[in-house]
Design a protein around this ligand. Structure first.
Ligand code: BGC
Length: 710
């Protein structure tokens, strides 16, 4: 995590303002390799007859297990088993238990555990190898392998130690170019299982002095070996148990739905722990090269609610601080595009604050991302009650964003209102449109939010306010201009249908239902030409509805319903971020069947490969959306003016739903069964909760119990 390479941009036609590079988190040392030789013949699963094969991802314990039985060409039969984990107790440690047992022969086998730095990125723009300065060696019973990234000069070092299972007949060092390890020989016979425990440390100069890193890697591997596999496995399982204790979601009566949500929660915690503000969450986490492991608006719009509900507020705060650290770069980025006076445009894709995206319709035009960053600050304050954040960090970010929106709008003499031209909304199946409703609404909200933040800091942190006034060169006059502007921003709307219009002229399109697209043409992004997609009415992901989800309190239910009924049928949900938002809205509208259909689609997106792209990696950020669809959708969880609301809806077939939530120092357990909503306060102090519209007092001694039949 955090180790990246700035891969030189490659585009068909260069546009001024494009970034020089796309930052990529790199494939790094392969620590799991073990070659197996039977009487000097290398074992190759693709050539053997596989009699049995089972691979198990144990999400409760966080282990990956594989068991298989094979028959070789010469009739030799054997069983292999392996179990490995990346320690949750110590993120720099990976451990592997590998065993082999002959079933009908005796002889000699050799295991070659290796650390392999011959790794490439398939998506390298110029076919380059991103690592250099490879160095490796043995030291006593340990070995290490190290390399540096080109240009960015991060050092990554791995150490390895081995404990044999069974008696070794010979052991030799192996040092072959990028690979280092041992050749370990065993005598085997049917009743004798042999194997190894492999302990690997992986460290980077992100956290260690590069001069000492190989030494530390070796010591760490040695220490792991001393602790032993069993102990490390138990510690790891215990760490997972601590996570599951408060973060599990239990769905009774629907095994597919249950497996789906746990798969999502598991991957989110594997990806991001929240203990380092330099880190963020890539759309594919570390499971695939697509999106380069860089940061997108996904974090603010989707991941923050998950971590707010499940972790200490410090975790979500880290994610906000990450953007604060990037503020100078966001200002620089805006300047490159011609904005001035402290206007900040956060990048669409970034690693260190610099823009990495290079498709003009997104780089320059998908500017709604700026709004999501302000919205995340608002959400964080609502959920945690921590307003101190504003004075320390938040206000500067919000002001930069407000200034950007002020400059990005222009006054239309024709409309006698302020407009935002040439944008791409969240629905990327429209490019370069004028007055995307979501963008205009969000931009206007940002101005109002900035005013509130400014006033708050002025009232509660006078000294800091003065300091910021000077540092930001901001005065009341400028703040008043935001208030004035807010009143005059154009929001496209169709009065006949009484819906918010996705953009100007949206109704010129042929309005069709996505069900009319033949199945063999779905997903359309893999079958249709781009111009055809752009001309169609089909929507990639929530756009107007994304806004109505964010600003739920601002719209009446009938209004939400009208917009949902207009837009959802045109939506092809070809972004993983789409089904979850629609599922929440469907729940809020009491459309249980629709909410459930979309829930399964988000929860099992990767397990069932709905969008036929799982080979590119898992959709980590949308996994947070899955959590949202359960807790905010079926659980009906919503925070408004600092108060928790629940308005549950249980899909048909679910006997019960149970989850826990962290909210302002409280830990609340919610159980929704077919006949009752039960809310318990596990930790914290008395609070008022609004359940299905009625105020309820929750104390540790008296849980809320309300009859329920939705
Ligand atoms: C979506 C974006 C998203 C990106 C990364 C795209 O397909 O349209 O909204 O930020 O994927 O998840």
């Amino acid at each position: 995590a955090g180790v990246y390479y700035p891969d030189k941009t490659r585009v068909g036609w260069w546009k001024n303002g494009y970034p020089e590079y796309f930052a990529k988190v790199l494939n790094s040392i392969n620590w799991i390799g073990i070659r197996v030789f039977i009487e000097n013949q290398e074992l190759d699963l693709s050539k053997a007859t596989v009699l049995e094969f089972q691979r198990v991802l144990d999400m409760k314990r966080g282990t990956l297990e594989r068991n298989c039985e094979l028959e070789l060409d010469d009739g030799k039969r054997l069983s292999l088993s392996s179990l490995r984990f990346c320690s949750m107790q110590d993120p720099e440690l990976g451990c592997l238990d590998y065993r082999i047992q002959p079933l009908n022969f005796s002889g000699r086998i050799r295991l070659e555990p290796i650390l392999d730095f011959d790794v490439h990125n398939e998506d390298s723009n110029y076919g380059e190898y991103f690592w250099e300065g490879n160095e490796s060696g043995h030291k006593g019973d340990q070995c290490y392998n190290l390399a540096k990234t080109k240009k960015t000069e991060f050092t990554v070092a791995a150490g390895m130690a081995i404990t044999p299972i069974g008696e070794l007949t010979d052991s030799m060092e192996l040092n072959d170019h990028y690979q280092i390890g041992w050749k370990l020989e065993f005598q085997i016979s049917p009743e004798k299982e042999v194997g190894i425990h492999k302990f690997c440390s992986i460290l980077s100069s992100f956290d260690h002095d590069p001069k000492e890193i190989s030494e530390i890697a070796i010591n760490k591997a040695e220490q792991a070996k001393e602790n032993g596999f069993q102990k490390l496995l138990e510690d790891h399982i215990q760490s997972w148990a601590n996570i599951w204790k408060d973060s599990d979601i239990i769905i009774e009566g629907d095994i597919e739905a249950q497996q789906g949500i746990r798969f999502n929660i598991f991957h989110l915690f594997q990806t991001y722990k929240g203990d380092d503000p330099r880190m963020n969450i890539g759309p594919k986490g570390f499971t695939g090269e697509k999106y380069g492991g860089s940061t997108y608006w996904d974090t603010e719009a989707y991941c923050i609610p998950f971590y707010l509900g499940n972790s200490d507020p410090a975790v979500a705060r880290q994610l906000l601080v990450y953007r604060h650290k990037h503020l100078p770069k966001a200002i620089e980025n805006a300047e490159k595009l011609g904005f001035k006076d402290g206007a900040a445009l956060y990048p669409m894709v970034t690693m260190n604050g610099e823009e990495c995206h290079n498709e003009w319709e997104i780089t320059f035009e998908e500017i709604h991302r700026n709004g999501a960053i302000a919205y995340a600050i608002h959400r964080y304050m609502e959920y945690t009650g921590d307003r101190e954040y504003l004075a320390e960090y938040g206000l500067e970010v919000v002001v930069g964003i407000a200034r950007f929106w002020m400059q990005r709008m222009n006054y239309s003499e024709n409309k006698k209102q302020w407009v935002i031209l040439g944008v791409t909304g969240p629905n990327e199946y429209e490019n370069n449109v004028n007055n995307n409703w979501y963008t205009n609404f969000l931009a206007t909200w940002c101005l109002g939010f900035a005013i509130k933040c400014w006033d708050h800091v002025k009232t509660h942190h006078g000294e800091r306010h003065k300091e910021l006034e000077a540092a930001l060169n901001l005065d009341r006059k400028e703040v008043d201009s935001w208030a004035e502007r807010m009143e005059k921003v154009y929001l496209p709307r169709d009065e006949e249908r009484k819906v918010n219009l996705q953009q100007d002229n949206f109704l010129d399109k042929e309005i069709m239902n996505a069900e009319m697209i033949p199945a063999n043409e779905r997903p359309i992004n893999q079958h249709w030409s781009w111009d055809r997609i752009l001309r169609s009415c089909f929507i990639k992901q929530a756009d107007v509805l994304q806004g109505m989800y964010f600003f739920y309190d601002d719209f009446r239910k009938e209004e939400l319903e009208r917009n949902f009924d207009f837009y959802e049928p045109m939506t092809v949900h070809e972004s993983s971020l789409s089904p979850c938002v629609h599922s929440v809205l469907a729940s809020r509208l009491g459309r249980s069947e629709k909410a459930y259909e979309l829930y399964l689609r988000t929860a099992r997106l990767d397990l069932d490969d709905f969008n036929k792209e799982v080979h590119e990696g898992l959709h980590i950020t949308s996994m947070a959306g899955t959590w949202i669809s359960v807790v905010e959708g079926f659980g009906g969880y919503h925070v408004s003016e600092g108060k928790i609301h629940f308005d549950p809806l249980l899909p048909e077939g679910w006997e019960a739903l149970e989850f826990k939530l962290k909210f302002r120092g409280n830990l609340v357990r919610v159980n929704i069964s077919r006949s009752m909503v039960r809310i318990e306060l596990e930790e914290g102090t008395d609070i008022t909760i609004i359940v299905s519209g009625a105020n309820q007092n929750l104390t540790k001694d008296s849980p809320i119990e309300i009859p329920f039949d939705r």
